[in-house]
Design a protein around this ligand. Sequence first.
Ligand code: ASP
Ligand code: MG
Length: 404
Amino acid sequence: MSLIVQKFGGSSVANAERVFNVAKIVTDTYKKGNRVVVVVSAQGDTTDDLIEKANEINPNASKREKDMLLAAGEQISIALLAMAIEKLGYPVVSLLGWQAGFQTTSAYTSARIKRVRTDRIEKELDKKNIVIVAGFQGLNRYEDITTLGRGGSDTSAVAIAASMHADLCQIFTDVEGVYTADPRKVPTAKKLKTVSYDEMLELATLGAQVLNNRSVEMAKKYNIELEVLSSFTNTPGTIVKEAIKMEKMFISGVAKDTAVARISVVGVPDEPGLAFKMFSRLSAKNINVDIILQSIGRDGTKDISFTVAENNAKEAAKIMEEYIKAVGGKQVLLDEKVAKISVVGAGMESHAGVASKMFEALYDAHINIRMISTSEIKISVLIDEEDADAAVSAIHRKFFDMDN
Ligand code: ASP
Ligand code: MG
């Protein structure tokens, strides 16, 4: 008898028909003699709708009250799913986050899970119940409802799987797995059978948007194997697990991130300590810098360019304006029409080979590279946003199509 955790995203439970579809998947798993814990998100766009409702009343509402409201979405979906399972004739119980033992930090709207006290879940499983748990929510030490941040129910599922040493944690969504590129944009994209935690983390931050990052970090920490699969088709998905030794030059995917911006600080004095002072101002405001490029000094000045997430761009540019006022410098340029394209692969042993292949693909497509960065498992380039889709296709073709 195995313990299986199954998580269903909002699109998988968006309406009555889909709720019954999920009930069928869950009860089929239960019928095979497994203990089943199910984590669900709010239906469809419910969470967005609740945020909109809050903004109508008071855009400056306290985070405590926002959490009180947002947690309601998952309360609806767990009850509806439990009702559907009852109707199919199986024993079931739905639990809110606090009933399922989710204890979190006190940070409303972005709480972190401290522990899951799983006694109640275990008791219900012993009674042969299917247990349905509200994702995305918990209770802090003031006994207030908290939420884990957008997309948090993946993390809820992994936390239960880790706490209960589950045999399998399945994340059901509306795509069939993790692909070598966005299948809606690149028709030849292939579904990956397996992908390592580290690759998945890169693909997630780079815009693959299949799994929430924190859930992958947690799965890695506790070595929980995840399966990402579709609730709409009955096909095996992608397994996310520890990297096994793979072939050389193995590339798992090409990812695109258009939510980046480039800031160039032009004509700052070419002297020691400048970069330090510049980036410490940004880190003091919790702004993460990604790719950094510094020009060769000339006439006692130099230029430093870097990328930040688009939602930090205006603030970062402002900080840089203040910075050049303080230390000297010509101007600050902000460009939001850029995109970061990355090739990710845990088996990327020879960077040189991968990089030259990637650059050749861009050259063939007449796409200009503005910045480059590399890490152990990825190579990223910054290009014009309008070239992003063409770049992904060209690079994907170069690495994955048979004729190359
Ligand atoms: N319902 C929450 C959200 O929309 C949590 C989740 O879907 O994972 O962000
Ligand atoms: Mg952009």
